[in-house]
Design a binder for this molecule. Sequence first.
Ligand SMILES: Nc1ncnc2c1ncn2[C@@H]1O[C@H](COP(=O)(O)OP(=O)(O)O)[C@@H](O)[C@H]1O
Ligand SMILES: [Mg+2]
Length: 222
Amino acid sequence: MTTGIQPGQQPRLGVPEIDIGNTDLIEAKRLPPSLDTRSQRREITLPTGKFIVPQAHSIDDNGPTASMHLLDESATLSIGEQLAEALPDRLTIHLIGDLGAGKTTLCRGLLRGLGYLGKVKSPTYTLVEPYKDSRIVVYHFDFYRFTDAAEFLEAGLDEYFEGSGIRLVEWPERAQPFLPEADLEIRLQIVSGGGRTLTLFPLSPEGRICLQNLDSSTAAPP
Ligand SMILES: Nc1ncnc2c1ncn2[C@@H]1O[C@H](COP(=O)(O)OP(=O)(O)O)[C@@H](O)[C@H]1O
Ligand SMILES: [Mg+2]
């Protein structure tokens, strides 16, 4: 079976569609996530599964994107933790996906990876949850409840996007066009057969470095 990004889910900025590859390659092994971009084809190994994903290049030179299948919640938490290791001190990440796609779960894993051991609640009602006890300050936003994008400015949330820190934004499309650009866009899709598909799109030099760091931190040992 071959699975690609679904119609209407194409990445912005003209990044070509990615083919997930042969799902028969799933291996029920418990391994740390691994994402290998050293060769033409990249191999991504997750705690409960293994996929070969063809490398793709964006036409506007945003660099390679990466796609992987997350078999269960622990795989989503795990890739979040791996991402934490790859972060610079300042980055904005947009998380795109339907309700229940796993956006908050990924943020939970990322915060855990940054050393935050407390509860991570969805900021659906508070709009923003700050985390100052983690290794890097994190602001976690959720704009699901916006009925008008101008609420972003009215609530003074633009100030959170100045200065250092990691900004994780769920439902960024609901604050457009006022929301600052992302360095990294993460798309999560619910897979009907189970699990989630995650695709990472670097959109700035910092985003590209982050993806490269993720590559090296998750590369399988030779
Ligand atoms: N890879 C996965 N496979 C299956 N279920 C998952 C996966 N990742 C997360 N989930 C589950 O999906 C549900 C919704 O997750 P959540 O992070 O709250 O979604 P969102 O923030 O996108 O609305 C949770 O019950 C979570 O455990
Ligand atoms: Mg959420």
